[in-house]
Ligand binder design. Structure first.
Ligand SMILES: Cc1cc2nc3c(=O)[nH]c(=O)nc-3n(C[C@H](O)[C@H](O)[C@H](O)COP(=O)(O)OP(=O)(O)OC[C@H]3O[C@@H](n4cnc5c(N)ncnc54)[C@H](O)[C@@H]3O)c2cc1C
Length: 387
């Protein structure tokens, strides 16, 4: 079953092309990588060569200059094809921080090379083991010494660190007790991991293949020219990119939901037990139908968020709600898909259990559902801040 876009879609052609590319990377490819927690280098290269990972880089820097909705369409199709965009999705939105806050020299140095595929900017070092969601409590420090910064500390869950050339890093440049607001005194750096000394990367084995790592900085030197924007304002730069990130992750969840729903409804029609297709039983049919309704609702909100983003309006409400609802829809669709397949839902060769593990992440990362509900409670409904 092909789940169509609900409205006339300006990105129909891109979707079609992405689907064709993904068809070259079938379930066996992902299963083999999943078993050894390998990185899908060939898949990422194919996306890079086709220009998809440079979708949001403006044409003047060698990218496709697509609106955010174009990037969302690409990621959705990747997931709906059974592939996993987590191997490279961050490049799409991390790049935005350089684009918005980088100096002309930094943009000229990095963006064309990223667009061309010569440089990978896949790693985003924000989360730390002790601070977690409480980002401004992070402990990694960057101390200025002449024309460089000396970085000390640790990050956790830095995905793709082993497979990226560059990392966007958030570190504290002024101690928390010396700033008026705890959001001040944090700075953002571009770290060239190919040459950095004092950098240790340790992979963390997780329930799905996500290439996440612990990263340690021991007097790591970063040239002062790699500071993005103004020292002390880095938290604001990271926040600036979060709506785009949430909308893109939501698009991935919608893609996952479509994959599960297509797979479940097809199987429900063909599996015959007790002399009739199992999909004739409402106990099988309704959870799939419900997940479909949830997915369409999330999709409508994400579309609204993408339109607001393109119009330069504040899309915080839609980005947060869309991400939460899409992650819940993909999970509901995954549940329905496993149940519909009975025992076969657990067999690796069906790819359902793999996708099920992969999509679970998005209720926790890059932001947990609780924190989204806090956003809605505080910023949309005007209730008191809970933290
Ligand atoms: C596979 C994977 C990949 C990741 N990739 C990256 C990456 O590339 N870069 C990066 O920087 N980070 C990454 N992360 C980190 C991710 O963003 C965090 O795991 C997430 O933000 C939650 O933080 P935490 O794990 O520290 O949980 P905690 O902050 O310890 O939270 C634990 C629980 O408490 C809840 N909670 C906390 N505070 C509140 C509150 N005030 N009100 C209500 N509930 C609350 C949370 O919702 C959560 O359920 C990744 C994580 C995973 C698992």
């Amino acid at each position: 079953m092909d789940i169509q876009q609900p409205t006339a879609d300006p990105h129909a052609e891109i979707r079609e092309e992405v689907r064709k590319l993904c068809a070259r990377f079938p379930g066996e490819y992902w299963r083999e990588l999943d078993a050894r927690r390998g990185y899908p280098t060939e898949f990422v290269n194919a996306l890079t060569e086709s220009g998809y990972l440079a979708a949001l880089i403006p044409e003047e820097f060698g990218g496709a200059g697509l609106p955010l909705a174009g990037a969302a369409a690409i990621l959705e199709e990747i997931q709906a094809s059974g592939c996993n965009g987590a191997a490279c999705h961050a490049q799409m939105y991390i790049m935005g921080t350089i684009l918005r806050h980088g100096s002309p020299a930094q943009k000229a140095q990095y963006l064309p090379a990223i667009a061309e595929g010569k440089l990978r900017l896949q790693a985003f070092g924000v989360t730390e083991p002790t601070s977690g969601t409480d980002t401004t409590a992070l402990r990694t420090t960057a101390r200025r010494e002449g024309d460089k910064y000396i970085i000390n500390g640790q990050k956790i869950w830095t995905s793709r660190a082993e497979h990226s050339d560059l990392m966007l890093l958030l570190a504290r440049t002024t101690p928390r007790d010396q700033v008026a607001k705890k959001t001040e005194g944090l700075s953002t750096f571009i770290v060239d991991m190919r040459t950095a000394k004092g950098l240790t990367i340790r992979p963390i084995r997780t329930m799905m293949n996500h290439n996440s790592c612990e990263v340690f900085f021991d007097n790591m030197e970063v040239p002062a020219e790699n500071l993005l924007g103004v020292e002390g304002k880095g938290f604001r730069y990271i926040l600036d990119g979060m709506n785009a990130e949430r909308l893109l992750i939501a698009a991935e969840c919608i893609g996952d939901a479509k994959w599960f729903i297509a797979k479940a409804s097809a199987y429900a029609k063909e599996r015959v037990l007790f002399g009739r297709p199992i999909g004739q039983n409402q106990g099988v049919q309704f959870p799939i139908a419900k997940a479909y309704a949830q997915m369409r609702a999330a999709e409508a909100i994400v579309e609204k968020g993408l339109a607001k983003f393109a119009a330069g309006q504040n899309c915080g409400e839609e980005a947060n709600m869309g991400k939460m609802l899409a992650a819940e829809a993909s999970w509901a669709a995954g549940e329905a898909c496993v149940n519909t397949h009975g025992g076969f839902g657990f067999a690796e060769e069906y790819d359902i259990e793999r996708k099920f593990r992969e999509t679970r992440l998005y209720q926790v990362a890059p932001i947990s559902t609780n924190l989204i509900l806090s956003y809605i409670g505080e910023h949309v409904l005007g209730m008191p801040r809970s933290y």
